[in-house]
Design a protein around this ligand. Structure first.
Ligand code: AMP
Length: 593
């Protein structure tokens, strides 16, 4: 994107949407947004190659919102997502952009969520429905989701949906939509199965792909750090504390709101920091930059727009707190350091879901971005001690201490303490603001959590999903739709579950076989992707349809006499459904982000 469009207004978005965007602090459209919004507003089908982190959600949500007839309370937009987690995120994004559209309703529907509540909400009416293919199919079949008024169907992360085996479901849903609807497909890759869907169901789709132009980057050391979103601020402060030769740093975030929020938090932690966004007048902007040049400020938290053209040789570090939308933005950002012949370091925070974008940037810049471990608490403490020592040395060599020596001498005589004790007390006083000993962590440390997080999305679905699960966490009873009459044996069931998900035997508890169903103990709160996987996994040719037992079912199952029982209490201990304490809680295994 070179002919970059600088404002959402220029894309033809309506006032209420522009007002909402201003509210959430978006300054300018990302490349994918600039390219997709006009054709989508015009009603075209669209095939977009875009990954998480490029701003694709807003790219399809904004035009969809603009085309809604709010007076009509029937579903006009249906978004299919591979996972429940993404369904919720997308629904939240719609809500955020629709905050100035009175009466707007969006409803996420996904497996594992109470059917009754969903039905009630569907009856009340929703303009936009976001869901996983399985549950959406259920609702279409039950006629609780009617698609006759559907205008737009969005397939989000289509490649993921196919990878998870939803291809038939997606086809089926597309066949049940009106002929005149708009189809929008976003996918990180445009592999053949995706093209097949496009050929079968789309009409002259516009193809949008943001070309990652190859670019050379200055002699900047580039590193990335995998961090879950909620840990970013903590990660940032650790990096700021432990990076060698940090002079001044430019911290990039996505929104104006975030510039202020993060600057405030850093200020509260004692940093000389300012926020820089497009909201600042030219005069104020220049004042901030001057202060940075003169060393009165060390950190600036900025958006891409605000940092354009910024040239301050002291900037030793660029920290990409939020990933940039595209390679161009990345190259531009890191070009703010390593200026005037100095060396610079660029550190990129990536959440597990954004790992793909990392690969794209590496390919486009033809440079490897090295992984970096998040500094541990011990590293932070060591660094503080080292700095303290340095300060002490500097004072000894650089200051006139005659008066203070006198004070210490009087302390020694009056307190009847030796010099070491006095010095220790003074060190204690000096470190109060910035303790040299960090208080013990509550729960697993974020550095460990980051280490155990799943890397880039695995190519093969097998075994990967379970990587997130803590071994030996609490178990819960689930229901599966195969039982004795289907000739299913506990061995079949365990085998299928273990093979599909990579769950180990320790994570699969007791199995009770009934005539036409069975119950199985698996970790409580299984991640959405595993639930989806196990819904579809087959035993004796029947899909398991796995779902948590409702309390009533749990009670009924206790009363009913199992047709056969298999005890597979993990680690040899009897398992009471959902009531076991975690046996061996491993630090930070539930990364999430
Ligand atoms: P997505 O690629 O849709 O998952 O979006 C990634 C993140 O970027 C989300 O947190 C959005 O809220 C944010 N975002 C999307 N578009 C913009 C924009 N134009 N300006 C600032 N942030 C944005």
């Amino acid at each position: 994107m070179t002919a970059s469009i600088d404002s959402f207004g220029a894309l033809g978005l309506s006032e209420p949407l522009l007002a909402a965007l201003a509210d959430v602090g978006y300054e300018s459209p990302s490349a994918i947004q600039a390219a997709c919004i006009p054709p989508l507003l015009a009603g075209h089908d669209l095939l977009g190659e875009a990954q998480t982190g490029t701003g694709k959600t807003a790219a399809f949500a904004l035009p969809a919102l603009q085309r809604l007839d709010l007076a009509l309370r029937d579903p006009q937009v249906l978004v299919l997502t591979p996972t429940r987690e993404l369904a919720i995120q997308v629904a939240e994004a719609f809500q955020r952009y629709a905050r100035k559209l009175p009466g707007f309703q969006v409803l996420p529907v996904y497996g594992g969520q109470g059917m009754v509540a969903q039905l009630r909400q569907l009856q009340r009416g929703a303009h936009v429905v976001v869901g996983t293919p399985g549950r959406v199919m259920d609702h279409i079949n039950r006629k609780t989701l009617r698609l006759d008024t559907l205008q737009t169907l969005v397939l989000d992360e289509a490649d993921e949906m196919l990878r998870m085996g939803f291809v038939d479901d997606v086809d089926w849903i597309l066949e049940h939509t009106p002929a005149e609807r708009q189809v929008v497909l976003f996918s990180a890759t445009m592999a053949e199965p995706i093209r097949r869907i496009a050929r079968r169901h789309m009409r002259k789709p516009q193809e949008i792909r943001i070309q990652a132009r190859t670019a050379t980057v200055a002699a900047t050391v580039q590193k990335y750090c995998q961090v879950a979103a909620p840990h970013k601020l903590d990660a940032l402060t650790r990096v700021l504390e432990t990076e060698e030769s940090l002079d001044a740093a430019l911290i990039f975030v996505r929104t104006k709101t975030a510039t202020v929020e993060i600057a405030d938090k850093l200020e509260a932690r004692g940093y000389a920091v300012a926020a820089l966004s497009g909201d600042l007048t030219q005069v104020l902007r220049e004042r901030v930059i001057d202060q940075l040049k003169q060393g009165r400020l060390d950190l600036i938290v900025a958006t891409d727009v605000a940092a354009r053209g910024l040239d301050v040789p002291r900037i030793s570090h660029v920290i990409n707190y939020d990933v940039p939308y595209d390679t161009e933005a990345y190259v531009h950002r890191i070009g703010r350091t390593g200026r005037a012949g100095r060396s610079g370091t660029a550190i990129l925070f990536v959440t597990p879901r954004e790992m793909r974008l990392l690969g794209t940037i590496e390919r486009a810049t033809r440079q490897k971005i090295e992984p970096m471990a998040l500094p541990s608490r011990a590293a932070v403490a060591d660094r503080r001690v080292a700095q303290f020592r340095e300060q002490v040395e500097q004072v000894i060599t650089g200051e006139d201490l005659a008066f203070f020596r006198e004070v210490v001498r009087s302390l020694v005589s009056r307190e009847d303490a030796n010099l070491e004790e006095i010095a220790a007390a003074l060190a204690f006083l000096a470190q109060r603001e910035r303790p040299l000993q960090l208080p013990p962590a509550k729960g697993p440390d974020i550095a460990d959590a980051a280490r155990s997080m799943r890397p880039a999305p695995a190519r093969s679905p097998s075994r990967a999903p379970a990587a997130k699960l803590a071994e030996g966490g609490a178990l819960q009873r689930y229901r599966i739709d195969v039982g004795r009459q289907h000739q299913a044996s506990p061995k079949d069931i365990v085998g299928a579950i273990a093979n599909e998900t990579g769950l180990s035997g320790r994570n699969i508890g007791r199995i009770d076989l009934f005539d036409d169903y069975s119950t199985v103990e698996l970790p409580a709160q299984l991640p959405a992707e595993i639930l989806e996987l196990l819904r579809r996994t087959r035993v004796r040719q029947r899909p398991l349809g796995l779902r948590p037992l409702t309390p009533a079912e749990a009670e009924a199952a206790v009363k009913a006499k199992p047709a056969g029982r298999a005890k597979r209490a993990p680690a040899g201990k009897p398992g009471k459904a959902g009531a076991r304490k975690p046996a061996a809680k491993k630090a930070g295994r539930r990364g999430g982000g």
